[in-house]
Design a protein around this ligand. Structure first.
Ligand code: PMP
Length: 362
């Protein structure tokens, strides 16, 4: 599409062009309501259909049945960091956290702030180059849950196994790899994701959890902090972010139409291979941050020989229509986010540019 760049931003991030065009085409008169989705009542039947279909498609993609429910919350994934310990952890049954990066730490800090958090493994000491492996997890059988951050957006590491927790409920922040590949989601009790990476615009958080966890929340909590409020009222207790949910629904339908999570995984692995190959074949010019067995399919992080060259790389990338490759300030270097909607051609364009830049600057 003329004027559009390959957008490697970590989130908000690139969305499927087909989805953007569809939204554009129906923007002024949504579903024959005579108004746009931004203007319609969240109680209108035209909206109810969108809400329901989005939930159904997400559950279908994840292969989950009636024992799971999809909620639409607000406050970002960051608010979930607090809501989770508020709803589930106590001093007697604390929340157990695996520290694998910045967001895992932030999640832990909210539980710690409430006096109900503990750490069961951490790769912080070694610079978050890998996600803690099963053998590193010291599971506390008394814990309310084990919390993991499944893809570490900033460090570019991702789990390639499902932690075994000896019966303790498994909770996961999947903000940056939600619906990017098939996973045995049944092994998770509670999954949440800010949608602004793989699934839509910023403004809604997807929660997919076992119903049994959502039925009863502590009465002591304010209404909007209880998961039971969202569950019992179908995420319509208050006005939901209707536009965001509509977009998430469109992205979920797009994933289905493309072949589901198997096809997303096939594409994402193919893209990641192209970019990681450019790192691995660079004779050390590019140095990946993640250990190979923890490499993320979503966020590829790497450094160049000097900060000066990194600045030059970012500036020159832009002249090749490659935008958003600057890494997070805490890690430095580059980060290319190659979510579901990044086309293969985008990954190839980046790898070609990396090769050219290396030859000119090595
Ligand atoms: N978790 C992960 C893995 C993230 O990447 C982010 C955002 N970059 C967050 C949590 C925080 O999400 P939000 O901005 O929606 O609060």
């Amino acid at each position: 599409e003329a004027g559009r760049v390959y957008n490697f931003n970590p989130g908000p991030a690139t969305l499927p062009l087909e989805v953007l065009k569809e939204a554009q085409a129906e923007f002024l008169n949504f579903n024959n309501s005579g108004m746009s989705i931004l203007e319609i009542s969240h109680r209108a039947p035209q909206y109810a259909a969108v809400h329901e279909k989005a939930k159904q498609d997400i559950k279908e993609l994840m292969g989950l049945g009636d024992d799971y429910e999809v909620l639409f919350c607000q406050g970002g994934a960051s608010q979930q960091f607090a809501m989770i310990p508020l709803n589930f952890a106590t001093k007697e049954h604390p929340g157990s956290y695996v520290l694998s990066g910045s967001f895992a730490e932030k999640a832990y800090k909210e539980a710690e702030h409430l006096g109900v958090g503990e750490i069961v493994a951490s790769s912080k000491e070694t610079g978050y180059h890998h996600v803690p492996q099963q053998s590193e997890l010291k599971i506390d059988r008394n814990a309310a849950y084990v919390h993991v951050c499944y893809n570490n957006t900033i460090y570019g590491t991702e789990y390639h196994y499902i932690p075994e927790t000896n019966g303790v409920p498994l909770f996961a922040d999947m903000s940056s790899d939600m619906l990017s590949r098939p996973i045995d989601f049944h092994k998770f009790d509670f999954i949440y994701a800010g949608v602004q990476k793989n699934l839509g615009p910023a403004g809604v958080v997807l929660v997919v959890a076992k119903k049994s966890l959502l039925e009863n929340s502590p009465e002591s909590l304010p209404t909007m902090f209880r998961y039971s409020t969202f569950y019992k009222k179908d995420s319509l207790y208050n006005t939901p972010p209707a536009f965001c949910i509509y977009m998430v629904g469109k992205v979920a339908a797009w994933i289905k139409s493309q072949g589901g999570l198997e096809e997303m995984a096939r594409r994402n692995e193919r893209k990641a291979k192209v970019v990681y190959d450019a790192i691995d074949s660079s004779n050390g010019f590019y140095r990946g941050h993640a250990d190979k067995d923890s490499r993320s399919f979503m966020n590829v992080t790497f450094r160049l020989p000097s900060e000066e060259l990194e600045k030059k790389f970012i500036a020159e990338a832009l002249t090749h229509q490659l935008s958003g490759v600057k890494g997070h300030r805490s890690v430095g270097g580059m980060r290319a986010s190659i979510y579901n909607a990044m086309p293969y051609e985008g990954a190839v364009a980046l790898a070609d540019f990396m090769e050219k830049f290396r030859k000119e600057n090595a």
